[in-house]
Write a protein that binds this ligand. Structure first.
Ligand SMILES: Cc1cc2nc3c(=O)[nH]c(=O)nc-3n(C[C@H](O)[C@H](O)[C@H](O)COP(=O)(O)OP(=O)(O)OC[C@H]3O[C@@H](n4cnc5c(N)ncnc54)[C@H](O)[C@@H]3O)c2cc1C
Length: 505
């Protein structure tokens, strides 16, 4: 089989780093912290496409953007959170900014540096990266190890389905990922297409200005109504307990509560469904059709459940400021949408909160020894490395629990792996199926029976598969990984350690 020639990396003005971290979102910044703390002699650089840090929290500037999990677990284990559990985008950017400041991370970050190509050479035992700078210049860097913190979706392109007749509607059509600073919704009728966490946070924030907001959804989503307060945290603060202790205690309590809720939802889905829906019924009242508009067809926890603080979305529905339409879009019209039921929906502004376009490892063209890498043909090692791909770890967080819990665990994993390599004098590590593993059953990267949001379903064919046994499974559970990841057996035969051909000569 012949392969296209490797890309021309241009003149080599290469600088070499032990580790290159790709992405300065919550994953990249946390990973840099762990590297600095646990491997202070490692040379590294953090490459980020955007002109600033924050990733998701820099990109999503729509009104009301906020976390949907609590910051005691969404925050890092090493940086106490001192505010209300659910945080606004601005508060999260502030928190990340404090981490950048505390650790002096600015020294290590190169903004407006997009990695476009990565080529592994077994002979050299290093990655050569092609990097496009904001001013158009192309640079070459080399890295002993790639720590991929690129997130899971394209920041410059949200996902909007292609409904026919787009040219007929002349009003603004906006995706929340690209919210224009000057979008004026005052006194206007806004239709928000979507039913997920983004729609649920955006809609209450639009209500005070708009004439009316309609939430147009194809199918409903589960929501959890809670207060944006944590009694335990408030009590500990009143007692003047140090912030570090409060963070750790409340974090453990939140994790325990979440695990209980997860188990309950998995074991008793009907009861969990009823418990999630009752508080919504209590707010919206008997006349509102909760069965049609807020009772999903899937089991609770097959998709992330967003917390709606104080039920603000449902109060706005009760007050008549928001209506909900559960239907399918047939096409745009001159004044809004034509729907499958035959109804029409008029709008001055349309917001498509319809999700993400997944990226697979930063849309980087990877090659290993001149062969283009197709990640879909790899098997994942614990959902963080890939068979046949040397010296590379990806951070992919949890969905049912806070993403960041896994950032901290993988931080320890990578630092432990680098320590182990240096102790045994190895410079390369490659996950490789053992004799007996080759014939194992392969299942998708994330089992759709377990967790199946649309953006993952759309991209599953591009993602690596997992096996039916450890370490080839992607656990997607903090409850499991907090005990398994710290105890990884480096010598179970699934990680092949080596030195480069040139070192051996
Ligand atoms: C509105 C919103 C709210 C959310 N709320 C929660 C929540 O409450 N709890 C939770 O657990 N999760 C939440 N999530 C999921 C969230 O995306 C993750 O929690 C987390 O922010 C992902 O962080 P990350 O650093 O891995 O990726 P990202 O935030 O996507 O950052 C990745 C960074 O890598 C950069 N990058 C990508 N490719 C390249 C490349 N080739 N070269 C250079 N740089 C590159 C990008 O520019 C970006 O800055 C939310 C998501 C959204 C959109």
């Amino acid at each position: 089989m012949s392969h296209p020639p490797p890309p021309d990396f241009g003149p080599t003005s290469a600088s070499h780093f032990d580790v290159v971290i790709v992405g300065a979102g919550i994953s990249g910044l946390g990973s840099a912290h762990h590297l600095l703390e646990q491997r202070p002699d490692t040379t590294f650089v953090l490459l980020e496409s955007q002109p600033g840090f924050g990733g998701t929290w820099r990109t999503h500037r729509y009104p009301g953007a906020r976390s949907d999990s609590d910051l005691y677990t969404y925050g890092y284990r090493f940086k106490p959170w001192t505010g209300a559990p659910i945080a606004t985008r601005e508060e999260i950017v502030g928190y990340l900014g404090a981490v950048v400041r505390d650790d002096g991370l600015d020294r290590f970050i190169r903004y407006e540096h997009t990695v476009t190509d990565a080529q592994w050479s077994s002979d050299e035992g290093r990655w050569t990266l092609r990097v496009r700078r904001g001013d158009g210049a192309i640079l070459t860097l080399t890295a002993g190890f790639l720590w991929m913190c690129q997130g899971y979706y394209r920041h410059d392109l949200g996902y909007t389905p292609e409904w026919p007749g787009r040219e007929r509607f002349t009003g603004p059509v906006v995706h929340p990922q690209n919210w224009p600073d000057d979008l004026d919704v005052a006194g206007r009728r806004v239709v928000v297409v979507g039913s997920g966490a983004t729609a649920a946070t955006l809609i209450p924030a639009l209500v005070p200005d708009c004439a009316h907001v309609t939430m147009l959804q194809r199918s409903p989503t589960y929501f959890f109504i809670g207060q944006n307060a944590n009694e335990l945290a408030d009590t500990l603060r009143q007692l003047d307990i140090p912030a570090e202790w409060t963070h750790e205690i409340v974090r453990r309590k939140s994790i325990a509560d979440l695990e209980l809720l997860n188990r309950f939802a998995l074991e008793y889905p009907d009861l969990a469904r009823a418990e999630l829906l009752q508080p919504i019924r209590d707010i919206v009242g008997e006349e509102f059709d909760v069965d049609t508009h807020f009772t999903p067809r899937y089991q609770p926890w097959r998709q992330r459940i967003a917390l709606v603080p104080n039920g603000d979305l449902f109060h706005a529905i009760r007050e008549g400021r928001v209506s909900v339409v559960t239907d399918e879009i047939e096409s745009f019209t001159d004044t809004g949408f034509a729907l499958r039921s035959g109804a029409t929906l008029d709008a001055d502004v349309i917001v498509t909160a319809t999700g993400f376009t997944m990226n697979v490892l930063g849309d980087i063209a990877f090659r290993v020894d001149d062969v283009a890498l197709d990640f879909a043909s790899c098997v994942t090692y614990r959902g963080l490395m890939f068979t046949g791909v040397p010296n590379l770890v990806e951070v992919f967080g949890y969905f049912r629990a806070s993403w960041t819990l896994r950032v901290d665990l993988i931080g320890d994993f990578v630092c432990g792996l680098l320590r182990h390599m240096s102790e045994r004098g190895a410079t390369t590590v490659t996950p490789t199926l053992r004799v007996g593993d080759e014939g194992m059953t392969r299942i998708p990267w994330i089992d759709p029976e377990e967790f199946n949001p649309g953006y993952l379903r759309r991209a599953l064919a591009l993602l690596p598969s997992q096996g039916d046994r450890d370490p080839w499974r992607h656990a997607v559970s903090y409850e499991i990984e907090r005990t398994t990841l710290p105890k990884v057996d480096w010598d179970d035969g699934s990680l092949i350690f080596g030195t480069t051909a040139s070192e051996r000569r």
